[in-house]
Design a protein around this ligand. Structure first.
Ligand SMILES: Nc1ncnc2c1ncn2[C@@H]1O[C@H](COP(=O)(O)OP(=O)(O)O)[C@@H](O)[C@H]1O
Ligand SMILES: [Mg+2]
Length: 283
């Protein structure tokens, strides 16, 4: 399909349905809970009637399929290798969302060329008029693999824990993302907190420094308590909002979905595939 054909097709689709809100779930430090947040948030959005696609873009360390206990015949590595289209690797996941599995175990993922990386991001255009929400589990850090996905998002949800190292790394992500294009919302979620007060202190610290030194507002996405039910659910390979719908973490995910929904209103005129292309070209 030529770029012009694709433009015509996307315009037709856009007249039928608004484009999806794209939310990237990211972090500075690894192991803070991104994948658990992304998977359970996808289920929560699906539970309130949203059509949701979760893209496991943690290139190299993908595990959303493990958290959902599904075997994927194909994943992003097949898309990268041009053996499959994105729509061919999408599977129905527990809770009713659709999962695009990551390319776990792919050697030399860091060597993905700029061209292939961008092709992957642009292939999202295919799904963005066929769903309400696209969640992207980006992986940790500020590598080009992560930034090409945060760049494609309307909303970047930075996850941290109250650990000093995680906080420092979360601030580094906020800094890099805020300087990598101006028009997307950045919010902070404090995961694995022991108290509301602790989460508040972490949020205030990052928001204050971002205001002072970066001149930006970091929105408050709230917190998720440290909850034994999360670890138990991971061991059982069942997302915690399904395994323990009334645990503290599940209630926090429901609140997070409401906060995000209020914060991800999409401006159709400025969004979408062509916007991403121009972001890319304008770098
Ligand atoms: N709210 C929480 N309460 C307790 N443990 C958690 C919580 N969130 C995450 N964890 C623990 O952290 C581990 C890593 O989470 P994961 O979502 O895989 O992180 P990431 O995707 O950021 O690497 C989980 O396996 C779980 O044991
Ligand atoms: Mg992960």
């Amino acid at each position: 399909m030529t770029l012009i054909d694709q433009a015509t097709q996307l315009r037709t689709l856009a007249m039928q349905r608004p484009r999806a809100s794209v939310i990237a779930v990211t972090s500075g430090k690894g192991g803070v809970g991104k994948s658990n947040i992304a998977v359970n948030l996808a289920i929560q959005f699906a539970a309130v009637g949203k059509d949701v696609v979760l893209l496991d873009a943690d290139l190299g360390l993908a595990n959303a399929d493990v958290l959902c206990n599904i075997d994927l015949p194909y994943n992003l590595s097949h898309v990268i290798a041009r053996k499959k289209e994105l729509r061919d690797v999408m599977v129905k996941a527990p809770g009713g969302f659709r999962l695009i599995g990551g390319a776990s175990g792919l050697a030399r993922m860091a060597d993905l060329s700029d061209f292939d990386r961008q092709r992957l991001v642009d292939s999202l255009a295919e799904v963005e008029y066929q769903t309400d929400v696209i969640l992207i589990d980006t992986g940790a850090g500020i590598s080009p693999n992560v930034l090409s996905f945060t760049r494609a998002a309307d909303h970047v949800l930075v996850v941290t824990t109250p650990e000093p190292t995680a906080i420092t790394d979360a601030y580094a992500v906020v800094k890099v993302v805020s300087r990598d294009g101006a028009d997307r919302r950045i919010s902070l979620l404090v995961n694995q907190t022991r108290s509301v007060g602790e989460a508040r202190v972490v949020y205030e610290r990052i928001a204050k420094v971002a205001r002072q030194f970066l001149g930006i507002s970091v929105f408050d996405a709230g917190f998720v308590m440290s909850d034994e039910a999360v670890c138990a659910a991971v061991r059982r390979r069942s997302p915690f909002v399904m395994a323990s719908p009334r645990c503290a973490a599940s209630l926090a995910i429901a609140q997070l979905a409401v906060r995000l929904q209020d914060g991800v209103a999409v401006n159709l005129d400025s969004g979408g595939f062509f916007h991403r292309i121009s972001r890319w070209l304008g770098r």
